[in-house]
Design a protein around this ligand. Structure first.
Ligand SMILES: [Zn+2]
Length: 340
């Protein structure tokens, strides 16, 4: 401020020495008073106040305040959306069905229409809505842009779904580091199986469905279907994540992860096929027959009581007697499959 520089004074109509200033300013637009930080020069020859290269800045400062007053989406909010969903300004425009340069213009300071502003505000708070647009218009953006944005959106959805099942899922992902959706489903299932015995209540109320490939928690399946057989890694997302799990629950899960999380997806699938709750839920169905039948909690209750008697499981550490036995049986099943 007060710096001397050479700029073009519109009154003198030439380049002059001038001083640079910043001041809080107010202007009235449509009967509304707008306060903003004004930047300007004072000509040393005629004392005129002028803007030269600061004109764009002042226009967008006023517009930004005007947007806030009218409850229109701000430039910062649009930038937040782009960062949050990992998408550039052009693909974002296209995904939302706007002209290719529409978002670029908003970022340059042009005011959005009320409809477009509402749309942007909605998707800023709702990853599910954004995902709908993204998938509907995926052919209009590059495959790389699509995958990058969808991956990020899926993570946000998972975190938004604050429930015991989701937090258990995220905890397992974090502790194992990298896991496929198939393996994750099986670890979740075993986590549910023993929770009533060692935590005195089930860790979550959701029930698994008895699919061909073993027990599956449908909500989690839907949330992670994007990954297919790829590894899920949420290290960055979960760095400071506040899990809705108490110490007992975390300690319990650490044992489940230790005894079940060490196996491959393929082995875990076979292990889950050896458990009665899954077998009895699929009674009468063919090996490859589709099913969405529920694995009832009382069926798990009965099974776990039997298992605990059979393997003399009274402490959580004893679970490994069961998991190792299951692993050995699953291994022979897989060998049988290979040699058939
Ligand atoms: Zn002048």
């Amino acid at each position: 401020m007060g710096d001397i520089m050479r700029k073009f004074c519109e009154k003198c109509l030439k380049e002059v020495n001038c001083e640079y200033f910043e001041d809080n300013n107010e202007i009235v637009v449509n009967n509304k008073t707008i306060k903003y930080l004004e930047k300007y020069y004072i000509c040393s020859e005629c004392n005129n106040k002028f803007y030269d290269d600061l004109y764009d800045y002042n226009v967008s400062a006023v517009n930004n305040e005007l947007r806030k007053l009218n409850n229109l989406v701000t430039i910062d909010e649009i930038k937040e959306i782009m960062k949050k969903y990992n998408i550039g300004k052009k693909p974002l425009s296209v995904v939302l069905g706007l002209g290719e340069v529409t978002i670029t213009r908003y970022l340059e300071g042009r005011n959005p229409t009320k409809d477009n502003s509402d749309l942007l505000k909605c998707i800023n708070t709702n990853p599910f809505l954004y995902e709908m647009f993204l998938i509907a218009n995926k052919d209009k953006i590059t495959n790389i842009a699509f995958k990058k944005s969808l991956g990020k959106t899926k993570q946000l959805e998972l975190v938004k779904n604050k429930s015991k099942l989701y937090d258990t899922t995220l905890y397992i992902i974090k502790k194992i580091g990298e896991i496929t959706p198939l393996a994750l489903q099986k670890v979740l299932y075993f986590a549910q199986c023993f929770s009533n015995k060692f935590l005195n209540e089930y860790l979550f109320d959701d029930t698994a469905e008895a699919w061909v490939y073993g027990p599956v928690y449908k909500d989690i399946y839907d949330s992670l279907s994007y990954y297919k057989y790829e590894l899920i890694n949420y290290d960055e997302l979960l760095k400071d994540y506040d899990f809705n799990l108490n110490k007992n629950e975390k300690d319990y899960l650490d044992y489940i992860i230790k005894y079940f999380g060490c196996y491959s997806a393929c082995i875990l699938r076979e292990m889950s096929h050896l458990t009665n709750p899954w077998i009895s839920a699929r009674e009468g169905l063919g090996k490859e027959e589709y099913s969405s039948r529920t694995i009832e909690l009382n069926s798990i209750d009965t099974y776990i009581k039997d298992i605990c008697n059979k393997f003399k499981i009274s402490n959580i550490e004893d679970i490994n007697k069961y998991s190792e036995r299951l692993f050995k049986e699953a291994q022979t099943m897989i060998e049988d499959l290979i040699y058939v």
